[in-house]
Design a protein around this ligand. Structure first.
Ligand code: C5P
Length: 222
């Protein structure tokens, strides 16, 4: 059977990874979180005191950085040069720096190569910012998820509370807006809806509703 590619893009904290995992599970596809790859490189740069604005040094670091995405019973695990960094890549420091790392064309070029390799010859659900536009332009299904910044901050807040943190709602909103701005305004593969993507506003939808809508699109294609 021919392999299937589903691209899910959208701004920060729009619920991409949550629904991507559900859809991947339902279709027995692998889930690839491309944001985790940029986050892992960012963590490595911070740990090695590599200047995140220095494209050449970052590329050199990336070429020595092994990033693995593993599916486990507890969900997706992220390994950086053999170390489990699943939680570490979600730190505030990484979150606040990652968009600067992801701006560099040479970094994106290498990441896109790795992402295409992961998607080769198998069915995938891949989420990120440029999947439908650049990484998998031939994807059978392209989804662009949006939600108001208030709703996205609220969801992030609730996730944080579950983990025992109490961030400020204002700070979360600012961080999300800042990241969206950098990601949308960069020259290399900015965050933008692909012409042939289906936009879903998730502001007043449940996770299940969104996953069902995507599954409807999948059945239309099969
Ligand atoms: O998806 P997540 O919020 O974890 O992504 C972290 C950051 O990685 C984004 O804000 C963006 O700067 C970058 N990214 C990207 N292209 C992708 C996925 C993520 O530039 N395909």
């Amino acid at each position: 059977k021919k392999s299937l590619a589903i691209a899910i893009d959208g701004p920060a904290a729009a619920g991409k990874s949550t629904v991507a995992k559900i859809v991947a599970e339902k279709l027995s596809c692998i889930y690839i979180d491309t944001g985790a790859m940029y986050r892992a490189l960012t963590l490595n740069a911070i740990e090695n005191n590599t200047d995140i604005n220095d494209e050449k040094s970052l590329l050199n670091l990336l070429l020595h950085t092994e990033i693995e995405l593993l599916q486990s019973e507890q969900g997706q695990l992220v390994y950086l040069n053999g170390q489990d960094v699943t939680d570490a890549i979600r730190s505030q420091k990484v979150t606040n720096s990652v968009s600067y790392v992801a701006k560099h064309p040479a970094i994106r070029h290498e990441m896109v190569n790795r992402q295409r390799q992961l998607a080769e010859k198998r069915s995938v659900v891949m989420d990120g910012r440029d999947i439908g536009t650049h990484v998998l332009p031939e994807a059978e299904i392209k989804i662009f998820l949006i939600a108001t910044v208030e709703e996205r901050a609220k969801r992030r807040y609730e996730e944080n509370v579950l983990k025992g943190h109490t961030p400020s709602m204002e700070e979360l909103k600012k961080e999300i807006e800042k990241r969206d701005e950098i990601d949308s305004k960069r020259e290399a593969a900015p965050l933008i809806k692909a012409d042939d993507a289906i936009e879903i506003d998730t502001t007043s939808l449940s996770i299940k509703d969104v996953a069902n809508k995507i599954m409807e699109e999948v059945s239309k294609k099969q």
